[in-house]
Design a protein around this ligand. Structure first.
Ligand code: BGC
Length: 231
C-alpha cells in the first residue's frame, strides 16, 4: 500500500487548524487556520473544514481533534461549540463531504498523542478556550478524562478558572498562580511521571515549572493525528 498521508484538523473554540502529516507523522507543508464561526453549529463549522482541506496538499485520510467527549467518533458534549454537535455523525458526514475516511477523537487526547513519550503515567492538560485533559499509561489512552468541568478552588471548575475566560477575568499573573496550584493538585492526584501543558495559552506561562512538567508546542494538537490510525 502506498504511504498514507493524514490531514489533521484541530477544532478549537476560537480557531480551526489544519496540517498534513506523512506516513511517519511528520508535517508536510504549512499549518493553516481559520476562525471558528459563531455560533459554532455543525452546518457553519463543516464548510470551514472543507475549505481548509482544499487548501492543503493531497491526503488519504482525515483525523479530527474535537473539543468535547467523544464516543465512537460521535460527540457527547461540545461545551465551547454548540449543543447541535451532541450526537452528530461527525465522522460520517465529513467523510462524505471530503470523500476520505475520517476518524475523530477528543482534542486533548489527540494533543496528548503528539506529546507523550509512551512511558509510565503521563498527564496532558491544554490551555485554550476550554481546559482539556488526557491521561496515558505506557502510551495507552485512558479515554474521556474530563478534568475541565470538575471543581477546582471552591465552586468554580478548572475550565472557569484556567480557560481563556478565566485568564481574561483574573489577569495573567493570577491565572499563572492558579495554574501552579492546579499542577500541585494534579500531581497529588495522579502521581504522573510527566505532565505536558499544551494549547494556545501555554506560551503565556513565564514562571519556572517543576522538572516533570513540560510545555508542548501548539503544533502537538495536530501531530497526534497519526495515532488515530495505528493498530
Ligand atoms: C471540553 C473538553 C475539551 C476541552 C478543550 C472542554 O470544555 O469539555 O472535552 O477537551 O474543552 O477543548
Amino acid at each position: 500500500m502506498a504511504a498514507q498521508k493524514t490531514l489533521t484538523i484541530d477544532i478549537g473554540g476560537s480557531g480551526i487548524k489544519a496540517m498534513v502529516l506523512d506516513a511517519e507523522g511528520n508535517p508536510i507543508g504549512e499549518r493553516t487556520r481559520v476562525s471558528t464561526p459563531k455560533p459554532a453549529k455543525p452546518d457553519a463549522v463543516l464548510p470551514r473544514i472543507v475549505k481548509l482541506a482544499k487548501q492543503q496538499s493531497d491526503f488519504d485520510r482525515v483525523s479530527i481533534g474535537f473539543p468535547g467527549v467523544m464516543r465512537n467518533g460521535v460527540p457527547l458534549t461540545a461545551v465551547n461549540l454548540h449543543d447541535n454537535w451532541i450526537g452528530f455523525d461527525l465522522e460520517g458526514t465529513l467523510s462524505e463531504q471530503l470523500g476520505k475516511p475520517v476518524r475523530a477523537l477528543n482534542d486533548a487526547d489527540v494533543q496528548g498523542y503528539g506529546a507523550i513519550s509512551g512511558k509510565g503515567v503521563e498527564l496532558v492538560i491544554t490551555l485554550g478556550t476550554g481546559f482539556g485533559s488526557a491521561l496515558f499509561v505506557d502510551g495507552k489512552l485512558v479515554p474521556n478524562l474530563e478534568m475541565g468541568h470538575h471543581l477546582f478552588r471552591g465552586r468554580r471548575t478548572y475550565e472557569e478558572h484556567l480557560g481563556s475566560a478565566g485568564l481574561k477575568k483574573a489577569g495573567r499573573k493570577k491565572w499563572e498562580r492558579r495554574i501552579h496550584q492546579a499542577i500541585a493538585a494534579l500531581e497529588y492526584l495522579f502521581n504522573y511521571e510527566t505532565l505536558y501543558i499544551g494549547g494556545g495559552n501555554a506560551q503565556k506561562l513565564k514562571r519556572e515549572l517543576p522538572p516533570n512538567v513540560k510545555i508542548v508546542p501548539n503544533v502537538a494538537g495536530l501531530l497526534g493525528g497519526i495515532a488515530l490510525w495505528r493498530g
